[in-house]
Design a protein around this ligand. Structure first.
Ligand code: ADP
Length: 189
């Protein structure tokens, strides 16, 4: 199995690059952000639980996020592999993901971290908000999301680096040029 984590701060291009990767490698794309937004849209109990947290730019608690992720993996028993996008966002999530994958006899192949500086992220999301209308893309909420990233999520990098699974890619430039760097990494697996 080929299991990728596509990692990076809000606005790094995880979703854009994941979309291209799934087309080429026939992987199942699991975006926790997309899953939460679908729950909110469908007004599920989970959606109601998390909508305010997300709108305010906070992370959703690990227990909720991990349970949702595992359920989604289990829905795809014949998958060739997965792209995890927006997950793990905490070290506890990374540990839970490792344990869960081990229980189904697989593991993370590689973690690709998209590196983008803060001023570029802010500019990209301001532009995206005009189209997406996402409440959490508003400038004041974005500050909170970037803060959450630097407080909690960034620690996931050394976790995977210690496992020798981390590959960093410059996330600034042409989408296709960045994608070419990603495929060069993925093809090794
Ligand atoms: P972006 O990558 O642009 O920040 P996402 O769509 O990945 O956006 O996530 C949107 C929001 O959903 C996050 O700000 C957070 O509130 C919630 N979320 C998504 N994934 C996770 C996760 N793994 N753990 C906790 N919260 C999450």
């Amino acid at each position: 199995m080929l299991n990728l984590v596509i990692f990076g701060p809000p606005g790094a291009g995880k979703g854009t690059q994941s979309q291209k990767l799934i087309d080429q490698y026939q992987l199942v794309h699991i975006s926790t952000g997309d899953l939460f937004r679908a729950h909110i849209q469908n007004k599920t109990e989970l959606g109601q639980q998390v909508s305010q947290l997300i709108a305010d730019g906070n992370l959703v608690p690990d227990s909720i996020t991990i349970a949702m992720l595992e359920e989604e993996v289990k829905k795809n028993p014949v998958a060739k592999g997965f792209i995890f996008d927006g997950f793990p966002r905490t070290v506890a999530q990374a540990e839970a993901l490792d344990a869960f994958l081990e229980s189904v006899n697989t593991s993370i192949s590689v973690v690709i971290a998209l590196d983008v500086n803060e001023s570029e992220l802010t500019a990209r999301i301001a532009k995206r908000q005009e189209i997406s209308g996402r409440a959490d893309d508003a400038a004041d909420k974005l500050v909170k999301r970037i803060d959450e990233y630097f407080q909690k999520t960034i620690h996931v990098l050394p976790y995977y680096e210690a496992q020798g699974k981390l590959s960093k890619v410059n996330g600034i430039g042409e989408i296709d040029a960045i994608y070419a760097e990603l495929t060069a990494i993925v093809d090794k697996y």
